[in-house]
Ligand binder design. Structure first.
Ligand code: HEM
Length: 494
């Protein structure tokens, strides 16, 4: 076949494929929904998503086309972008069983977290959630506070030593490494009774912590992101294969998890009693033959990844925001002054709670949640065909004036007002429904403790004035966060 025939066949195929897709779209009930123009097929949309600040295109589309619109990640194949309260409730709560995780999130996450709580569905999910819920119940929360304090103080002691030996009045530290290490140590101790010693810069633990972080948010260039997004529209697996270092990172983290499990099994041989932390409960279920060995490892991987990467992102954003708002730091210090750091103190420190919540609103570590329809289903008056992708972006919902006054501003006081309870229900950083964040109270108190300990002992200043929101699964500051740390003279905590 000569070159002209090959080109001719290609053009014929393209025209045929295009026509088929267009006719299919004309018959799609979503044809009548407001639509973001397709532009150059695939490229226009993907370019905006890859090159602009995280969720900026979605905010613009929402402001232009309304709270329920379609866009085209692939030729004439619509995905729904919705910020409507009604649609969120329908997808996440009322018709939850008619939706599943998307093919892309499964492709990105399956070989990391397997059949753990994050990706499991229906009966398996219900069984796992029932098994693990007691660990994260409000009554269990006070038990974790001492771990949070211990690890926050470990960071603080290291900083203090470093400042002393620097011969200067300050040091510059990686905010990213600090946040990732402390979050990793905390989830290790709280969930598995295992000290990764990432804060102490145990080399192996630091490698595991970085591998775990890179797995869900590799710092790749905008062009790399564009390539990944484009490939994901052809096949989710293709997009996964091009992420550099992925296979090695997965091996590193899985090996660490197996070691944690082995260590606990060894302890069990000695004492014969299950500790009732997360790993203890899973091992108990394992002993009753209720779960497989694969599920055991997958579940630990799930909590290691979900439980440290998100909190680490949140802590970094708190540092960024507090660097821009020194008056908030002063108020926090004033609120905590002279008080012992206990569960009760934390619960009653209203301003501190408001600051953490406000940062989670402005910079939700999980900026977008998405689902795929398992069958034809009606949402907000539209029939959504099976397999349609539904995208719900908390990072956009939180930026809309109808949901929050002066939505783009940092106003912690909004959470102290009692006159407007309806607006609190627009806070979606932990999502809602049966798949909402099981670790939300744990994460929130972890952040309260970290802020209390670090900001009463130190002045912490981000080295850049402005950071872009960079997103791949979780949202973190770009460029990488570095902080200038000096000892706070006047204020001392408990
Ligand atoms: C600030 C920190 C955190 C944020 C913003 C956050 C956010 C979220 C969100 C939005 C979801 C729902 C995802 C979806 O519906 O697609 C989720 C699920 C989940 N989170 Fe978190 N999370 C945080 C910390 C944690 C911690 C500390 C743990 C564990 C100790 C944890 C464990 C999980 C698990 C296991 C799920 C899956 C729940 C299920 O599907 O039943 N998260 N998280």
């Amino acid at each position: 076949m000569d070159a002209v025939s090959v080109v001719g066949l290609l053009v014929l195929w393209l025209v045929g494929y295009w026509t088929y897709k267009y006719v299919k779209f004309r018959l799609n009930p979503l044809y009548h929904a407001p639509a973001v123009p397709m532009g150059i097929p695939v490229v226009s949309v993907m370019k905006q998503l890859a090159y602009e600040e995280a969720t900026a295109p979605m905010l613009r589309w929402t402001k232009t086309y309304g709270d329920f619109a379609i866009y085209f990640p692939w030729i004439w194949t619509p995905a729904v972008l919705t910020t409507s309260k009604e649609a969120v409730k329908c997808v996440m709560v009322e018709k939850e069983e008619k939706f599943t995780r998307t093919r892309l999130s499964r492709a990105i996450l399956y070989d990391i977290v397997g059949d753990g709580l994050l990706l499991s569905n229906e009966d398996m999910h219900a069984r796992q959630r029932k098994l693990l819920a007691p660990v994260f119940s409000p009554s269990n929360l006070p038990k974790f506070i001492s771990i949070f304090i211990q690890k926050s103080n470990e960071v603080a002691d290291r900083w203090e030593e470093k400042i002393k030996s620097s011969g200067d009045d300050h040091i510059v530290e990686s905010g990213y490494s600090t946040a990732a290490s402390v979050a990793m140590d905390i989830i290790g101790l709280a969930a598995f009774g295992y000290n990764f010693q990432a804060v102490a810069k145990n080399e192996k633990a630091s490698a595991v912590s970085r591998a775990a972080n890179d797995l869900v948010s590799p710092m790749i260039t905008a062009a790399g992101r564009l390539l990944i997004l484009l490939l994901s529209t052809i096949s989710p697996m293709l997009s996964v294969w091009v992420i550099p270092g992925r296979a090695k990172n997965i091996r590193t983290v899985r090996r660490a998890v197996r070691e944690v499990i082995q260590a606990r099994r060894k302890d069990l041989e000695g004492q014969g009693e299950f500790t009732r932390d997360l790993l203890g409960l899973i091992l108990e279920a394992d002993a009753r033959n209720e779960i497989t060995e694969k599920e055991l490892v997958d579940q630990c991987m799930t909590f290691l990844i979900a439980g440290h990467e998100t909190t680490a992102s949140a802590l970094q954003w708190i540092i960024v925001v507090l660097s821009q708002h020194p008056e908030a730091v002063e108020k926090i210090r004033h609120e905590l002054h002279g008080k012992e750091l206990t569960y009760e103190t934390l619960r009653n420190s209203k301003y501190l709670n408001a600051v953490v919540k406000e940062v989670l609103r402005l910079y939700p570590p999980v900026p977008i949640v998405s689902r795929q329809a398992l069958e034809d289903v009606e949402v907000q008056g539209f029939r959504i065909p099976k397999n349609t992708l539904i995208v719900i972006p908390p990072a956009v919902i939180h930026m809309l004036e109808e949901n929050f006054d002066h939505a783009e501003e940092f106003i912690p006081e909004r959470w102290l007002r009692e006159d407007n309870p309806a607006k609190a229900s627009n806070f979606l950083s932990f999502n809602i429904g049966g798949h909402n964040c099981i670790g939300q109270r744990f994460a929130f108190f972890e952040l309260l403790v970290l802020v209390s300990v670090l900001y009463t002992r130190f002045n912490i200043q981000a080295t850049e004035e402005r950071y872009r929101k960079y997103s791949r699964v979780t949202m973190k500051p770009s460029p990488e966060l570095f902080v200038r740390v000096s000892v706070a003279k006047e204020h001392s905590a408990s």
